[in-house]
Each structure stands twice: as C-alpha cells, then as structure tokens.
Design a protein around this ligand. Structure first.
Ligand SMILES: Cc1ncc(C[n+]2csc(CCOP(=O)(O)OP(=O)(O)O)c2C)c(N)n1
Ligand SMILES: [Mg+2]
Length: 557
C-alpha cells in the first residue's frame, strides 16, 4: 500500500494552523503557490495585496490586534525585498510575525536562478530568527521553531526562506515532523525577581509623588487589567504611549496626557513600563535627575539603556504590576490619601494645557486648521473604533488630541516611524475584528506610498473610514527645510500635487468626499460610517501651520 504523502506548502499551512493563524497576507509568485494550496486545505484565508510591504505590515498589525503571530508570504527576490520595510517595522515595534519568502530551488543553489538573493543574510539584522528550510520533512518543524523565536524576550519578527523544490516536494506523511497545536512551545511570561518586586513595593509605599508610564508592552502583555488595578489601588497618575494608549479611557481620574513633562520633572518616583528610553523619551534625559526611576521591560537589553535607573525588573508587565500592587497595598498607610494633592496638581496643569489649545480645536478657519480636524476625529471615535495614524505632521497633531476610548484601539508604526503602515493596519484590524470600526488618519504623503491597497479593502469588503489630512506636501520635512535653509529654499523635494483622494476612492469602488469647510468634517465622517464601504474623506488642511512636536523637531533630539 502506498503511504500518504504531503508537500512542503501543505506542511507550512499545518504549522500556521497549529499556531492559530487563520489568514496570510501575500502577493503571489511561482515560488510560493504550494503554500496557497495548503491554506485551502487548512481553511486559512489568503488575502492578496498590491505590494509586499503591505503584506508584511498587515502581518504586524494582525499580531498587534489578535495577540497571535501574523504571517506574510511573499515570493523570492523582489517579493522579499519589498517586504523588508514591514519586517523592519515589526522589529522595532516588537511585533511577533513570520515572513515566509520563496527561494530558488536548492538544486540550483548559487547558479543564478530567477529571483535568487541572499535573503537570510538580508533579514538577519532585523529579525529575531532567520533561516533557510533545508528539507521538506522539516518544513513544519522549522516554522514552529520560527514562532518559538518570535516570543524570546520582547516579541519580534522571524523570517524563513523555503526553496522552491523543498516547498513543492512531497514526502511520506510519517517522515515529516508536524508539531501538534499547544505542544511545541511554552509561555515565556516571566514574573520578575521577587526581591525586586519587594523593593518596588517599598518605593511605592514611601513615594508622595509617583507616576507611571504605560508603554506598548502593556498591550503586548495584555496587562490592561493589572495596570488599571495598580493605578487605582495605589492612586498613581498614569501616562500612556504607543500601543499602551487607551489602557485607561479618557475621563478616568488616573488618565493623564498633557502634563507628562511636568510630572517627569516633579515626581519623586517614575515607573516606566514596557517602553525604551529612545527618542520618544528624550533618551531618558527628560526625567528628573532626583527622581527614583524604575524600569520594567520584557527585554533585559532595554533596562538601564541610555540612562541609569534605580531599579530594573525584567518580565511581563501584567504579572509584575499585579505582584507589586499586592505587595505594596499592605504597607501603604494613608500615603494614598496624601497623593490627592499631587493628582490635583497634575490635573490643574492638564486642564490649563487643554484649555489653551481649545480655540484651535474649535477653529472655523479655511483652509482647515489641522487641530480642528483631529478634534473632530477625537469626538467621532467610539469605544469600538480602532484608530490608526499614518503620516507626518498631521499625525503629530493627532497624537496630542486623539484619545482612544479602549485598550488596544490605537495603532501607530512605532519607533521606526514608517510611513505607509496605515492601509495595512486597517486591513488587518478590520479583517481580524469585523465587529470593530476602523478609522485611519493619513497624511497625503503617507497615503500615496501604499494607497493602491485601498482596492484590496474593496475587494475583500473591509469597510473602514479613511481620512486624509491633505496639505499637498510632506509638511513635517518641509518645516525642517524652512527652518534650516529659509522659506525661499524650503520647497525642494517635499511638494505633492493637489490630489482629490475622494475621487480616487470612488474610482476603486469605495466611498469618497472632499471637505474644505470645517463644519463639513463631522457630517462627512458620519456619511463614511453609514456608507458601509472603504472610504476616503479628503480633508484640505492648512499647509502653513505645523504641530508643536514638528516645530521642536523632537523626533531628532
Ligand atoms: C517610509 C518613510 N519615508 C520617509 C519618511 C520621512 N518622513 C517623515 S514625515 C514625512 C512627511 C509625511 O508627509 P505626509 O504624510 O503628507 O504628512 P504631513 O507631514 O504632510 O502632515 C516624511 C517624508 C518616513 N518617516 N518614512
Ligand atoms: Mg502632507
């Protein structure tokens, strides 16, 4: 009797299924078609996009939204190089995804086969793991190994190239190692050194002016409940950044945003959770030199980097915050009551900053003040709207004003600052969470990098509300040129056409509108919501105003 056989592509699909991956993002190529055939058997959806960068960003986005690893499959050579930016973005953003690239046949190794490139060498510096699959029997085994590596410390991407003959060959089923779901990797959640937790509890008991920054890993670790419990039990004001935004909703008595610099200057205890001392934190220089600084992170390499700390704890944000809250609550005394004055002080700073900006947020000016646009978006968001920012200056405005109403409902590229993530993140978010509304704010420059994938949104019936803050410029860069070289030399390499992106949306089968009157922003957003289609509301904003963050050029400091 002939034994049952299985091909490499079908083994890939089995390994993806074992991981709970229910969709791959891809752009086709002859090297990888056997994976599609395997996906048909395993019931894995195949979403084919218009550029491989989008496939990789979508896998990153899928991981962020679902808590499962994302997967993109691209062909050899240019398919893989096109996806490099998406992998790099996931690397800096600590997002667990697997990129599978095709490769020429092993039998033609280094003979000059079509689309042959040294993919593994290219991917090594921007992944946690990059390898070639050497034989068909080991395809599923190595895919599971790549997933295991995604969760080593802070998560991140892995890359595998699978030569065409390895993928296409069939081997007897019993010769292939096929790891079983739930049986080939362990949880990597770490609780932190118990002695360090004790020290943190003591610090919390003695602090009169503590504050905490909840970074992206709070969402990665799904530590929302632990973080909320921590700040409420110990009465600690919380700031949020990256994917940590939305951990506490706006209006929560412990939710603070605009007084962060003041808090970092005045606090006696600063707890940094799951975000590095990188440019977004002024490399740690903006924290008071006299404050006690505690850093909690999944990655030992991040702790104490760029700035000395008083206490570092490596591990899972949720487990550590829960343990610290429990240890501290018994020894806290009335210090919690004493912190009321501190919270009131911060609230006053917060309110003052908010009121100062309010006239701009209500501005009736034409062309539209970007503050008015982001204000209208903020008012429009519901608890079920996932907000995505993809652009330069316009997104810098939104970072100040837009507050997601729920945890995990904020997506930005992360510290790589990659323009062009928006369409892919919208695709992944809507596909993974059909029950959610997705709103993406694009700069016109950012939109045009990957905007053709609006067509994919239409083809797969993935409705979302796209808003373009259109200033016909790469304005964030233009500001720096004007400041450095003068206004008369500022318009070099940054000026875009006046494009009616609303018409572009209609051309591709979506809903579109042009908005020039600020009073029309809200109704246009409502109509986009009602349309039930992928949409683009093209809002013409004033190109002559810049966000404070752009004017301070904080991203370079
Ligand atoms: C892929 C990529 N290319 C270039 C840049 C550099 N960059 C940062 S902001 C910016 C301008 C973006 O223009 P737009 O999206 O229209 O936003 P605006 O600043 O005009 O509001 C550019 C080109 C980048 N961050 N990412
Ligand atoms: Mg622009």
């Amino acid at each position: 009797m002939m034994s049952e056989t299985i091909s490499g592509g079908h083994l890939v699909a089995k390994a993806l299924k074992a991981e709970g991956v229910d969709v791959i993002y891809t752009l086709c190529g002859g090297h990888i078609i056997d994976i599609y055939d395997g996906c048909v058997d395993e019931g894995i959806e195949v979403i084919d996009v218009r550029h491989e960068q989008v496939a990789a960003h979508a896998a990153d986005g899928y991981a962020r939204i679902t808590g499962k690893p994302g997967c993109a499959v691209v062909t050899a050579g240019p398919g893989t190089t096109d996806a490099v930016t998406g992998v790099a973005n996931a690397f800096r953003a600590e997002s667990p995804m697997l990129l599978i690239g095709g490769q020429g046949a092993l039998s033609q190794h280094k003979m000059g086969s079509l689309q042959d490139l040294p993919h593994v060498d290219m991917m090594n510096p921007i992944t946690k793991f990059a390898a070639t699959v050497p034989s068909t029997e080991r395809v599923a085994d190595i895919v599971s190994m790549a997933f295991r590596e995604c969760y080593n410390g802070a998560p991140g991407p892995s890359f595998l190239e699978i030569p065409r003959d390895v993928l296409d060959a069939k081997v007897p089923l019993e010769k292939a190692r096929i790891p079983e779901p739930g049986r080939y990797r362990a949880s990597t959640r770490q609780q932190g050194d118990p002695a360090a937790i004790e020290r943190l509890a003591d610090m919390l008991a003695h602090s009169e002016k503590p504050c905490i920054l909840l970074g992206s890993q709070v969402w990665t670790c799904r530590a929302t409940d632990a973080a909320i419990d921590f700040v409420r039990t110990l009465n600690v004001p919380a700031y949020m950044n990256g994917s940590g935004r939305g951990t506490l909703g706006p209006g929560d008595p412990h939710h603070f945003q605009l007084s962060r610099r003041y808090a970092f200057t005045e606090a006696d205890l600063i707890i940094i959770v799951g975000t590095p001392f990188d440019f977004r934190m002024g490399y740690g220089k903006r924290l008071s030199p006299t404050a006690t600084v505690v850093q909690i992170d999944l990655d030992y390499r991040t702790v104490g980097k760029n700035r000395d700390i008083d206490l570092g704890i490596v591990g899972d944000a949720g487990l550590i915050l829960a343990a610290a809250a429990q240890a501290a609550s018994g020894r806290i005394g009335d210090v919690v009551g004493k912190r009321k004055a501190w919270l009131d002080e911060l609230r006053a700073v917060e309110t003052q900053a908010y009121e100062k900006r309010l006239p701009r947020q209500h501005s009736d000016a034409q062309p539209i003040d970007p503050y008015r646009l982001v204000h209208e978006i903020n008012e429009f968001l519901t608890e079920d709207t996932i907000y995505i920012g993809d652009g330069g200056d316009i997104v810098t405005f939104s970072g100040q004003v837009v507050q997601p109403k729920s945890p995990g409902h904020w997506m930005d590229p992360g510290p790589l600052g990659t323009l062009g993530v928006g369409m892919a993140f919208a695709m992944a978010a809507k596909q993974a969470r059909r029950d959610k509304e997705v709103l993406c704010l694009f700069g016109d420059g950012a939109f045009s990098l990957t905007g053709w994938d609006f067509e994919t949104m239409v083809r797969f019936d993935l409705p979302f509300i796209g808003v373009i803050g259109n200033n016909s410029s790469m304005n964030q860069i233009r500001y720096g040129q004007a400041a450095k070289y003068g206004e008369d030399r500022a318009r070099v390499g940054n000026t875009l056409g006046d494009i009616r992106y609303g018409d572009f949306a209609k051309l591709l089968g979506g809903y579109g509108e042009e908005v020039r009157d600020p009073a029309e922003i809200r109704p246009a957003l409502e109509r986009a919501r009602e349309s039930g289609k992928p949409s683009l509301i093209n809002v013409w904003v004033d190109p002559e105003v810049y966000a404070p963050g752009t004017m301070n050029q904080t991203m370079y400091k």
